[in-house]
Unconditional design. Structure first.
Length: 695
C-alpha cells in the first residue's frame, strides 16, 4: 500500500521548485519515449493545446487508463468555446474514441464515433486518403459484430476502393480489409465476393512481405475455407498448409488448430481419410491441451464429430466413433441447437451402421423433436412442421428425415420411410426460391440425388395392384424433379441468385444503417419491415405452390401429338426407364448396371469419333474395321438395354439422364450388319421415326 503525506512550509517550497526543475529537464515527448506514460500524459495536459490533449489521450491509452484517455480525446475535438473543430486532429481523436469503445466491447458506441470520424475526415480529404479508409475499416468490423452484415460488407468495399486509388496505401490495413470482406462474404454466403476478396488478399500479401503473422495467417486460412466451399480441395490443402506454417512459426496453438481443421476437411473430401484422421487428431490434441489450461476451445466438438465419422466409415470402429460422439455431447451447451442436431444426425447414422437400429431410431426421433412444431404422427414418429421451421433449420431437419427414412426402409417400414422422404422433399421445395443460401447449396448437390434414388426405388418396389400405378407415377415425378435439381445445381454453381427486390432492399437497409439522422432511422425501420414481409410472402408462396407434375396435361399432350415418352433415371446402383404411352399408360423397366451403361456410352462414342470419314475413312482398314465392330456390337447392346421390346412407335420424345445425356440415340443400330460397315445401309433407330429430346 502507498501512503501519501501532506507537505507544507519551507520543505514544500523546496520540493515544488525541484519538481519545476525536473519538468524543464524532461519534456512530455522524452517522458513518452521512456514509457513513463502517466507522467507524459500529465505533462502534455499541462501544455494545454488541442494537439497536446490528443497526445495526452494517446499516453493515457498506453497506460491503460481508458477513462482519462477518453476525456483527453474529447477535449482535443473542441475549441476554447466548446465547438467541434473540423480538422485532421479531430478526425484522429474521434477515431481513437471509437477504438476505446471497441476495447470496452461497446460496439454501438464505437460505431457512432467511427461514423463521426468518417464525416470529419471526408470533409478534410476530398480525395482518397488512408485515414478515410482506416475509419471505414474499423466501422465495418463493429457493424459485423452487431449483426449488420450487409452494412459491414458495403462499408468494407468502400474501404478497399479507397486503398485501390492510393499511390502509397496502408498495405497492412488494406490486407486486413480484404480478409475482413472475405470473412463477411462467407457469412453472407456470397462465394464469388469471398473468392475475389481473398484472391486480392493473397496478391497483396505476396507483393508486401512486411505484414504481421496474424494477417498472413488469416489470408491463407480464409483461402482454404473458401476453396473448400468451391470444392477446390487441392488448393484448399495448399492454403491450409501455408496457414499451418505461419501458426507454427508464431507458436499460436489456436491458429494451428483452426488451420489443421481446414486441412483435414479438405483431405476428407479429397478421399484421403488417413491423412484427414491424422490432421483432425493433431487438432484435437492441441485443443485438448488448451482446454486443460482453461482456454476456450469452440472448435473441439466439430473435430470430435469428424473423427467419429472417420472411425465409423473408414475403420468400422463404431465403439470409438460413439466415444467421440459422447465427448462432443459433454462439450455442447443445451442452446447450441445446430450442433446438437448435427450430433443427433451423426450418432444416429453410426448406430444404424452398427446394426443398432432401435437406438438409432430413438436418436433420430430425439433430434427431430428438438425442432419447433414437431408433432407425433399416427406411426408414432415425430415430423417437423415446415411452417414452424426457420430456413437455418431446413438443412438439419431434412438430413435427419432422410437418414431416418433410410433406416426405416432397411427395417421394412416402407410406408413410414416414404412419409419421411416426402417430408424431406417438402422441405426441399421450400428452399427452391432461396438457392443463394448455403443450406440450399448443400441440398442442391449430388448428395440429394441419392435420397431421390432411394425414394424412387422404394415406390417402384410397390407390387400392390391397388397402388402400383400411383406409385409409378410418383416415382416418375420424383425422377423428373431430381433431374431438374441436378440441372439447377449446375446453373447456380458459384452464383448469387438473390431476387432483385430483396437485393435492393438489403442495399437500402445497409445505406440507411450508416446514417444517424432521425429521418433515416424511420426509413430504416420501414425498409426492414418491407424485407420481413417480402421474405415471409416468398416462403408462403413457395409453400403453397404446387410443384408436382401435371399428369393430365402431359397425357393430353402425348395423345394430341401421338407421341410416346421415354424418360430415363440412372442412379449409382439402379436405373429405370419410364415409358409413357399416349393412352395414359405408364410402363417401367429396369436399366441394370448403370455404371456399365455409362462405360458403354463412352466406348460407343469413341467408336463414332474415332472414325475419320470424308467420302471414305482415313483410318487404316484394320483400324476402321475394329471401330465398325465396336460401333455395331456396343450400339446393339445399348439398344437392347435402353429401348422397349417389340414394335417401336413412330414418334418419340426422349428424356435422358446421366451419361445418356451424351448418347446420340438416333444413331443406335437396331440390326446386325456385315463388316466392314456400309454406314449408309445400317438400320438406325431414327429410320422411319421422328425423335425429339427434352431435358
Amino acid at each position: 500500500m502507498l501512503y501519501f503525506h501532506r507537505c507544507t512550509g519551507r520543505l514544500f517550497l523546496l520540493l515544488l521548485l525541484a519538481s519545476f526543475a525536473q519538468g524543464r529537464a524532461q519534456s512530455p515527448e522524452s517522458l513518452l519515449a521512456g514509457d513513463d506514460f502517466a507522467a507524459a500524459a500529465r505533462a502534455f495536459l499541462a501544455r494545454g493545446t488541442r494537439a497536446d490533449q490528443l497526445q495526452a489521450g494517446l499516453a493515457w491509452y498506453q497506460a491503460d487508463s481508458l477513462t482519462r484517455a477518453r476525456t483527453a480525446y474529447q477535449a482535443a475535438t473542441r475549441d476554447a468555446a466548446g465547438n467541434l473543430v473540423v480538422d485532421s486532429l479531430t478526425g484522429l481523436a474521434l477515431h481513437k474514441l471509437g477504438v476505446i469503445c471497441y476495447d470496452e466491447y461497446d460496439d454501438l458506441g464505437a460505431i457512432a464515433y467511427y461514423r463521426q470520424a468518417i464525416s470529419v475526415r471526408d470533409q478534410i480529404f476530398s480525395a482518397a486518403h488512408n485515414d478515410r479508409a482506416h475509419s471505414r475499416n474499423n466501422l465495418a468490423t463493429c457493424l459485423r459484430f452487431v449483426g449488420q452484415l450487409d452494412s459491414a460488407a458495403l462499408t468494407i468495399r468502400q474501404t478497399i476502393s479507397i486503398y485501390e486509388q492510393l499511390a502509397a496505401p496502408d498495405t497492412v490495413n488494406w490486407l486486413r480489409s480484404l480478409n475482413e470482406l472475405a470473412d463477411i462474404a462467407l457469412e453472407l454466403e456470397d462465394l464469388q465476393l469471398a473468392n475475389s476478396s481473398i484472391t486480392s488478399s493473397r496478391t497483396l500479401l505476396k507483393a508486401h512481405h512486411r505484414v504481421l503473422p496474424v494477417d498472413a495467417f488469416n489470408s491463407y486460412y480464409l483461402s482454404a475455407r473458401i476453396a473448400l466451399n468451391f470444392h477446390d480441395y487441392a488448393n484448399a490443402i495448399i492454403y491450409a498448409n501455408h496457414a499451418i506454417e505461419i501458426a507454427e512459426a508464431a507458436e499460436e496453438t489456436g491458429w494451428l488448430a483452426d488451420a489443421l481443421t481446414a486441412l483435414a476437411g479438405a483431405q476428407k473430401r479429397k478421399d484421403e481419410p488417413r491423412a484427414a484422421r491424422k490432421s483432425f487428431r493433431r487438432a484435437a490434441d492441441i485443443l485438448e491441451a488448451r482446454e486443460k489450461t482453461g482456454a476456450a476451445t469452440p472448435g473441439l466438438p466439430l473435430v470430435y464429430l469428424n473423427l467419429a465419422i472417420i472411425s465409423a466409415n473408414e475403420d468400422g470402429d463404431f465403439q470409438r466413433a460413439l466415444a467421440y460422439c459422447d465427448a462432443t455431447d459433454r462439450r455442447l451447451a443445451a442452446d447450441e441447437e445446430a450442433m446438437q442436431l448435427e450430433l443427433a444426425l451423426r450418432r444416429g447414422a453410426i448406430l444404424a451402421d452398427a446394426g443398432r437400429s432401435p437406438e438409432a431410431l430413438a436418436v433420430f426421433n430425439d433430434g427431430l423433436r428438438r425442432l419447433a412444431g414437431t408433432t407425433e404422427n399416427s406411426d408414432g414418429l415425430p415430423r417437423p412442421s415446415p411452417d414452424s421451421l426457420t430456413t437455418s433449420n431446413y438443412n438439419e431437419a431434412g438430413r435427419l428425415l432422410a437418414e431416418r427414412a433410410n433406416l426405416l426402409e432397411n427395417s421394412h417400414r416402407t410406408k413410414a420411410a416414404l412419409q419421411d422422404y416426402e417430408a424431406y422433399f417438402t422441405l426441399l421445395e421450400l428452399l427452391r426460391g432461396r438457392v443463394n443460401s448455403d443450406a440450399s447449396r448443400r441440398y442442391l448437390s449430388q448428395n440429394l440425388r441419392l435420397t431421390f434414388d432411394r425414394a424412387i426405388r422404394l415406390y417402384l418396389a410397390d407390387e400392390d395392384p391397388a397402388t402400383t400405378l400411383a406409385s409409378r407415377w410418383r416415382a416418375f415425378e420424383l425422377s423428373e424433379r431430381a433431374k431438374a435439381y441436378s440441372l439447377l445445381t449446375a446453373l447456380q454453381n458459384g452464383r448469387n441468385a438473390m431476387p432483385k427486390r430483396e437485393a435492393e432492399l438489403r442495399t437500402r437497409i445497409a445505406r440507411l444503417e450508416r446514417s444517424s439522422s432521425p429521418q433515416s432511422q424511420v426509413l430504416l425501420e420501414a425498409a426492414r419491415l418491407q424485407l420481413d414481409r417480402l421474405l415471409a410472402a416468398s416462403k408462403k408462396d413457395v409453400a403453397a405452390a404446387d410443384f408436382s407434375l401435371d399428369r393430365q396435361d402431359l397425357i393430353a399432350w402425348l395423345k394430341r401429338e401421338n407421341t410416346h415418352l421415354l424418360a430415363y433415371h440412372l442412379s449409382r446402383e439402379n436405373g429405370f426407364r419410364f415409358h409413357l404411352l399416349p393412352d395414359g399408360g405408364l410402363e417401367v423397366a429396369a436399366v441394370n448396371d448403370p455404371t456399365a451403361v455409362a462405360g458403354s456410352v463412352d466406348a460407343w462414342r469413341t467408336s463414332l469419333t474415332g472414325s475419320a470419314f470424308r467420302r471414305k475413312s482415313l483410318r487404316a482398314p484394320e483400324e476402321q474395321r475394329s471401330l465398325d465392330s465396336s460401333f455395331l456390337s456396343i450400339g446393339r447392346s445399348l439398344a437392347r438395354v435402353l429401348l422397349p421390346n417389340g414394335e417401336l412407335p413412330e414418334r418419340l420424345c426422349i428424356i435422358p439422364d446421366g451419361a445418356l445425356n451424351f448418347l446420340p440415340f438416333a444413331a443406335l443400330p437396331l440390326a446386325d450388319a456385315p463388316l466392314p460397315l456400309d454406314y449408309t445401309r445400317v438400320n438406325y433407330f431414327q429410320d422411319g421415326r421422328e425423335l425429339t429430346y427434352a431435358y
